[in-house]
Structure formats: C-alpha cells, structure tokens
Design a protein around this ligand. Structure first.
Ligand SMILES: Nc1ncnc2c1ncn2[C@@H]1O[C@H](COP(=O)(O)OP(=O)(O)O)[C@@H](O)[C@H]1O
Ligand SMILES: [Mg+2]
Length: 261
C-alpha cells in the first residue's frame, strides 16, 4: 500500500526497518511527531532508539520504509530537508582544540548561517545554558555537561524546525538538566518539534508530552507516561517487564528531581 504523507506531521516514520548483519535493530516502526510536540522514544538500551534516529537524520539508510519531513519524502530531497533538522548524537564528538564559540561558529558556517543572523541567538542560548563567560575557553577543558550543552547549541544555530536528541540529558548535573528542559519547552512552544530518546522512564515523564515505548526494535505502545503506567500496571501487561528495565537508577535521581520541579 502506498503511504500517504501527512502534511500536519513534522515527522512521519513509515514501516522503517534496519538490520546490522544478523541483528534486526529496527523492525517496521511507524511513528508520527506532531508540530511543537516533545515526543519521547523510550526504551531500554539496545531497543533501537539510536538506529531509528540515525535513519531520521539520513545517517543510516533504512533497509525498508520511509521518512517524511513535513510531508516530503526525505529520500527524494535529502539536503534541503536536512536543513530543517537539528541533531545531537548520543556521544557528540566535538573538536576539543577549539573554544566553545569557535565550534558553534564552525557549525553555523557549515549550515550557511551568517554571523549577524546568529549572534543574538547564540548569545541567548549561551546565557540560557549558563555558558556565557566560558565560550572562549577550550572545549578540552569543559566538563561533560558543558560539552553536551555546546553540542545542543550547535544543533540549534540554523533554527531547525525539528530537533532530534539522542539521550541528550546524559552527563548533565541536575541544574543543567533543568536548564535544558526549560530550553526545550521554550522551543516547543515556538513550534519546534522534538524527538527525544531516553532509557529512563522518569526523564521521559518529566519532559515529554507523549512517549512511544520501543522494545527489541518495535514500538510496543504510545501515549502519555501516565497512560502507559496504567497499562503497565494491568495484570499480564507486556509493558510491565519493559518498565522494570527502565526505572531510574540512583545516579540520575537528582536529575529527575530537578526535572520534575
Ligand atoms: N553499528 C552497529 N553494528 C552492529 N550492531 C549495532 C550497531 N549499532 C547498533 N547495533 C545493535 O542494534 C541494536 C539496537 O541498537 P541501538 O539502536 O543503538 O539501540 P538503543 O539506542 O535503543 O540503545 C542493538 O542490538 C545494538 O547492539
Ligand atoms: Mg542509543
């Protein structure tokens, strides 16, 4: 059957498949990200979240299936559509010998964003992320959290309409996690659509409007975390086991507390 693209959806994944040799990482998923929505891709490690996101970005070519960006087939016009996306990978690789601002400027140049066009925007993000005053320091001296924030700002310089964030709160201290959450909320209220992956149930709950539970390469369920918790609590629910695997560990307890405030 021919897939009918949905003009209203920021992002639509239709029957996506991806294997690595014998490993079937993603097994026919369908997913819609609405405009201005923060959608969580929630699942334990190895469930196929990063693979899915890389296919959305065009970094990995699906074995089958299609990605639509605002109704347009991404495989048909990849470069134009990619400009509408911003991406922070699970472990961002920054050029450590640059300063934070040099790195952001470097990325902005790649996207063709003129200095005058980005200056105010970058300053706003540096302030918001509490990095102002550190932007002229070498990235090699930054904490993990500061690097995460620089990666996030770099992904925002070209004003993407869709933001794809792979475990973007990992390595952040509670206060920074809170700042990132506030920034993401602000962007969503401006109409930016955000696909956010996490393996931590509580982070999804604190941040996302809606979540899709991913497990062993498929989407098991979709809804608000409250709705899914209720389903998981039902006797014999297949979600129960998945939820048990995603309970927050002690080291993210403080982050979750800050997020939930
Ligand atoms: N480059 C790769 N080569 C081989 N197997 C991979 C590769 N990347 C991921 N996988 C496997 O694919 C599955 C899904 O991985 P991934 O998409 O990274 O899941 P998640 O992001 O949810 O942890 C896992 O079994 C993982 O080991
Ligand atoms: Mg991953």
């Amino acid at each position: 059957m021919e897939a009918i693209p949905d003009q209203q959806a920021a992002l639509r994944l239709v029957s996506l498949y991806k294997s690595y040799g014998d490993i079937k990482a993603v097994k026919g998923i369908n997913l819609t990200l609405k405009r201005g929505e923060i959608l969580g891709l929630l699942g334990p490690n190895g469930s196929g979240k990063s693979t899915t996101m890389k296919m959305v970005l065009g970094i990995l070519k699906p074995d089958a299936g299609e990605v639509f960006v605002y109704g347009q087939n991404e495989t048909a016009a990849p470069v134009e559509l990619k400009k509408r996306l911003g991406y922070v990978p699970e472990t961002p690789q920054l050029y450590e010998f640059l300063t934070g601002i040099e790195y952001i400027d470097f990325v902005a140049e790649m996207y063709g964003v003129a200095p005058a066009e980005r200056k105010e925007r970058v300053s706003h993000f540096l302030e918001g992320m509490q990095l102002a005053g550190h932007e002229n320091e070498m990235i090699s001296g930054y904490s993990q959290g500061m690097k995460q924030k620089i990666a996030l700002i770099s992904a925002l310089v070209h004003k993407p309409e869709i933001l794809v964030l792979d475990e973007a709160l990992n390595g952040l201290d509670p206060r920074s996690a809170r700042l990132v959450k506030d920034l993401l909320r602000e962007l969503a209220s401006e109409g930016v659509s955000i696909l956010f992956s996490t393996h931590v149930l509580e982070i999804a709950q604190a941040l996302c409007d809606r979540v899709a539970i991913m497990y062993q390469g498929t989407i098991m369920a979709e809804g608000t975390v409250a709705e899914l918790r209720q389903t998981a609590g039902l006797p014999g629910s297949s979600l129960e086991e998945v939820f048990l695997k995603m309970t927050g560990t002690d080291d993210i307890g403080e982050v979750v507390k800050a997020l939930s405030r």
